[in-house]
Design a binder for this molecule. Structure first.
Ligand SMILES: NC(=O)c1ccc[n+]([C@@H]2O[C@H](COP(=O)([O-])OP(=O)(O)OC[C@H]3O[C@@H](n4cnc5c(N)ncnc54)[C@H](O)[C@@H]3O)[C@@H](O)[C@H]2O)c1
Ligand SMILES: O=c1ccn([C@@H]2O[C@H](COP(=O)(O)OP(=O)(O)O[C@H]3O[C@H](CO)[C@@H](O)[C@H](O)[C@H]3O)[C@@H](O)[C@H]2O)c(=O)[nH]1
Length: 446
């Protein structure tokens, strides 16, 4: 089938390449000429495991191409996927300008029936706005053409995006038109083999399902972070509590890891957008507001611990940071906890020596060259001469570090573990103090 994808970011690229992988003929359109140039020359603008090889393979096979030409995109596909950003507006609501710009482009260039498939995360009611936009632009050019707007939210996780798309838990399709539903079912058939995972529903329910999923996951994390602070206050160990509650299948082990807050391009913005939707309809979303507030506070927890440890005297000190991306296996630093901590440390007059397996280039792009930021090419170089080591991202390669080497590299022997991923007892055994989330610090006895 011929498919066009508007937006070549995390969602658009992954959707495009995965649809090409199963034999579709995919054209990806983006307004960013630099991105398209890079993709056309064999480069990939984001880090996502497996993506580069798959893009290469499908380009070679002639099933995947990239363009800035919106008209060519509209002419190409029966399916017109919208996978552009929906960043937060000033009040936290989703900014729909990119989505509506794509709708306008499609209406300006279409010459026969098209299915607009919305993959961007958008507030309830957006499909109606998209349809109105298309109708308006069609009538401006005096065209009377049939089209449908489908809500098909995406649930992939960065770092595991290809796997999530190829083997989805569910494929949510929101449409009231049975013919369109069947076309979507056919498009998704290769991803829907072992049992039927395609959930057909009305458009509004599909749109809300996406926000509900993210808000639920964010709630689990904020709940655990709230409990971690209570655990510390009462002298309990949050990791034991986590295992204790996770063993109840009604609660489950997933997404109950305490830490230094959730980041990324989705949870923070989607919780805020859902809050705004509720408020705009006169409903005060107390729980969602608390989820967001707890996360905001949690992102400052490491700084508070560091300040307490050094008696408020951080000026002139250097801190080693391991992990800059908001989660492992991605170079994405949007709303990353590392950014909050770095900025707090800089404000306090400290400097940062940071290492991340893939996000250092992204950090350089965001912060540029500055004297109080050194980006290193390996983890131990970041620790060299630092006053403390702070772990911010749960990258696997940070889980079993060489504690002796850390002990020798650091000026003062202390690790702050913002993800509770290293064995504090092993750290203590070599003379390192170990401060983590939701547990009492471990301090060497000698
Ligand atoms: N990143 C994720 O893990 C993820 C997962 C599920 C859903 N989502 C949602 O999917 C949407 C896209 O997210 P993303 O992370 O891929 O964004 P992104 O910022 O990585 O990519 C968006 C792309 O759209 C392009 N674009 C903007 N206007 C355009 C236009 N008129 N025509 C063509 N291209 C245009 C931009 O240049 C950019 O390359 C958002 O609504 C997001 O909430 C994201
Ligand atoms: O128990 C946990 C699990 C995650 N996190 C943090 O939560 C954030 C988000 O993690 P994750 O959900 O794995 O990453 P995303 O790529 O942002 O994926 C989320 O957001 C996407 C965009 O909407 C959705 O498609 C996915 O289903 C949803 O998991 C990261 O900072 C993690 O460190 C925790 O603190 N504790």
């Amino acid at each position: 089938m011929d498919v066009t994808i508007f937006g070549s970011g995390y969602v658009g690229l992954v959707t495009g390449v995965c649809l090409a992988e199963v034999g579709n003929n995919v054209l990806c359109v983006d307004v960013d000429p630099g991105k398209i140039e890079l993709l056309n020359s064999g480069g990939v603008p984001i880090y996502e495991p497996g993506l580069e090889e798959m893009i290469h393979r499908n380009r070679e096979a002639g099933r995947l191409s990239f363009t800035t030409d919106a008209e060519a995109g509209v002419k190409h596909g029966l399916f017109q996927f919208i996978a552009v950003g929906t960043p937060p507006d000033e009040d936290g609501s989703a900014d729909l300008r990119y989505v509506l710009a794509v709708a306008r482009s499609i209406a300006e260039h279409m010459d026969s029936y098209r299915i607009l498939v919305d993959k961007s995360t958008v507030p309830v009611g957006t499909a109606d706005k998209v349809a109105n936009q298309v109708r308006e632009s069609l009538s401006e050019r005096g065209a009377d053409l049939e089209f449908d707007v489908v809500s098909n939210p995406e649930f992939l996780k960065e770092g595991a995006a290809i796997e999530d798309f190829m083997r989805p838990d569910r494929i949510v399709v929101g449409t009231d038109n049975p013919r369109t539903a069947e076309l979507l079912r056919a498009l998704y058939a290769p991803f829907n083999r072992s049992h039927d995972r395609l959930m057909l529903m009305d458009v509004r329910s599909a749109e809300l399902t996406k926000y509900a999923a993210n808000a639920m996951l964010a709630t689990k994390i904020s709940f655990m972070n709230e409990l971690s602070n209570i655990a510390e206050a009462v002298g309990a160990d949050i990791e034991k509590v986590r295992v204790g509650i996770g063993s109840d299948p009604r609660i489950g082990y997933q997404f109950i890891y305490p830490g230094c807050g959730y980041g990324g391009s989705c949870f923070p913005k989607d919780v805020r957008a859902l809050e705004q939707t509720a408020r705009s309809l006169g409903y005060e979303p107390q729980l969602l507001h608390a989820v967001e507030a707890v996360n905001f506070r949690q992102k400052a927890v490491l700084f508070d611990k560091i300040q307490t440890w050094f008696d408020g005297d951080l000026s002139g000190r250097a801190f080693a940071l391991w992990g800059l991306s908001f989660k492992p296996n991605t170079d994405d630093m949007r709303e990353a906890s590392s950014r909050v901590l770095m900025e707090q440390l800089w404000d306090a007059g400290a400097s940062v020596q940071a290492f991340d397996p893939v996000a250092t280039e992204e950090a350089r792009r965001i912060y540029g060259e500055r004297p109080d930021l050194t980006l290193t090419t390996d983890a131990m170089s970041a620790a060299e001469g630092a006053d403390a080591l702070v772990i911010l991202t749960e990258w696997s390669e940070f889980r079993s570090p060489n504690f002796d080497a850390i002990r020798s590299a650091l000026k003062s022997p202390v690790i702050f573990d913002g993800r509770n991923i290293v064995d504090g007892e092993l750290a203590r055994a070599v003379g390192l103090s170990y401060v983590s989330i939701g547990r009492a610090p471990l301090i060497p006895s000698h």
